[in-house]
Write a protein that binds this ligand. Sequence first.
Ligand code: ATP
Length: 466
Amino acid sequence: MSAKQPGAILVVDDNPDILIAARLLLKQHYLVVKTTDNPFDIEQLVKAHNIEVILLDMNFNRDAISGQEGFYWLKKIITQDPSIVVLLMTAYGDIQLAVDAIKAGAADFIAKPWQNEQLLGAVAAAFAHAKDKQQLGKLTRQTQGLNQALSESSTGPAFDFLGQSAAMKQVFATIDKAAQSDANILITGESGTGKELAAHAIHRTSLRAAQPMISLDMGAISDALFESELFGHKKGAFTDAKADKIGRFELASGGSLFLDELGNLPLNHQATLLAALQNRCITPVGGTKPLDVDIRLICATNDNLQQAVNEGRFRQDLLYRINTVEIRLPPLRERSEDIPLLVNYYLAHFAHRYKRALQITEQDMAALCGYGWPGNVRELAHAIERAVILSDGDTLDVTSVIGATATSLEATQGSSGSYDTFDLEVLEQRTIRAALKHYQGNVSHAAKALGLTRGAMYRRLEKYGL
Ligand SMILES: Nc1ncnc2c1ncn2[C@@H]1O[C@H](COP(=O)(O)OP(=O)(O)OP(=O)(O)O)[C@@H](O)[C@H]1O
């Protein structure tokens, strides 16, 4: 006897002898064989046993030969789960009935009594057909979800990921090495240091580059929609679930999943995420069929996750799971050699965008290299953009670049130009206070000037009790 195939089949017939005969035969070949004489059980059995193929009788009253009942149940099954393959069977076979059955969506038509070899052949073809349908259904949902995800977010980074400092060369080397494996990568670094650009660089360099990279900002999803966003949902799973939705895990299957701002994830969701990563499979909300997922995970945070673990805000086991390789992006003040490269890059970019021809003097470049850039490269890019817009003539007006943060510069360096402290938290706090003062308490303007997102700014305001 040959080895059993992994497959789940349900036989529905009102004749107990048929059920026994079918069961005895099919059990020798397939792992899951269920039988019932009551078609009202179909829905529940399909869900409970992940049925892929149904062998369905056409007539459930002994004297009925029209097959109408069979057609009724066939339609119901196909509407409920289009991935199921149905084989219709009847003792009253005629050509017209067979043609009608196939037109109505059955994969094949079997006349009773059957020849065992013939039945097994039809069932094997039905399982192959079911696999194709599942694959097609998955691809269709993936395409729909991808279109949605792509319309929600930009298709990729708008800027190159630059750096010539030793620290950044080290980052690029680690990315090159780690990208080739499927290892989970954790990218850490202050806000604006380029964590998202690094994630894109990893994906682009990896063996999965031809597949999508799907991003999710963990700080931006509502508590209630967390599982649905990650794992998808089935139509009707909750009030607003008007249609099936494919989750980010499934969308990213074959590619990379980028979870940004991971430190913001509440503990209960950390447990859910850990289970999905450990099992490498997910179940959409309201669904019963677990789906295998094949993803490369990239996470980013500006939080210190080990400290978060010590404070009980982050699970140690989740940290172990995600940080197989850790890449730390250094703040810009630790790599001022990169500043000229970045200034020239963003100057060329924004000069082109705003149709300006602007130069920067050596003296002004040196001034920019001496500034602390608490908002890192994001602040630098915004500052250059502002300067390109505000500069008159053909020389970049650096006072307008750091003019907005001049008060913060003073605060950072002390009025005499020398530091009274090197404690970064103190300096950051002072800079934020100065920016707020400068913008008369307008958080959005102050955040923009500092090169911070509003979210990052609010987190800091909360942290420093401002
Ligand atoms: N190495 C770099 N080369 C060029 N541009 C960079 C670099 N790093 C950062 N940037 C610029 O800074 C901006 C912010 O980068 P990114 O969003 O990757 O930072 P982040 O570390 O993810 O920030 P946050 O923690 O606030 O989300 C980018 O839009 C990009 O313009």
